[in-house]
Write a protein that binds this ligand. Sequence first.
Ligand code: ZN
Length: 264
Amino acid sequence: MATHEQFADDLALYALGSLPPAEATALERHLESCAACRRGLEELRGDASLLALSAAGPAPPARSRERLLAAIKKEQRGQRMVLHHSRPWWTITPVVASLVLALFAFLMWRENSNLKQENAEVQKKTEALSAKLAQQEHDSEKAREMLYMLTSPEVQKASLTTPKGGPQPGGKAMYKSDKGHLLFMASNLAPLPKSKTYELWLMPMSGAAPMPAGTFMPDQKGGAMVMNPPIPPGTEAKAFAVTVEDAPGSEKPTMPIVLMGAGQ
Ligand SMILES: [Zn+2]
């Protein structure tokens, strides 16, 4: 049946003498081996309304099956098609043809809107993925920078100890002045009440006032870290210091200095 179906419209066009030569040849080849289509063609040729259309009606639009079917439908309004007997499948009546076209259009529309929906979903997934990638990129950027601060010989390093000496608290500052990047790590810090905070200070080379370089609270083991406090790039550092300030931090250091160290 499938092979018949692909020739259904061709039969009508062929009966009207409007099938393009290449397709006509293919149909003729099919007709040689298919009695059903031969019968169909005979019936179509005998169909009074089709003959009338081909003889007296407007010339069927070449290569446009939809327009041909529309023309047949239009013709039918004027002169009623006489149905003598139940039609085989290949006599596509205009009503069926327009239903098929409508169904086809509907399927195309649905396909199209499904595609749009799929596109929207793909778009959403892509956005989520790129947000995740951006986060990972950010994290690994941070990790790279930390590694760089810890290992690069270009980074200025200062060891901070209590001015009195002794083994208690200590700190290390790694500082890249051209970028204003600072990584500070401290250990063995005494715990503080919640109303207080440790504050790191950068003593500028220029002799200007100490610059706040972040506040921090030690963890249970007395360890703490400050990474990239807001320091203007290009600020040369003479030394670093740590004081205890009232939370959430001060603009000027309050004596005494808990830790201090000069750069190497
Ligand atoms: Zn056939």
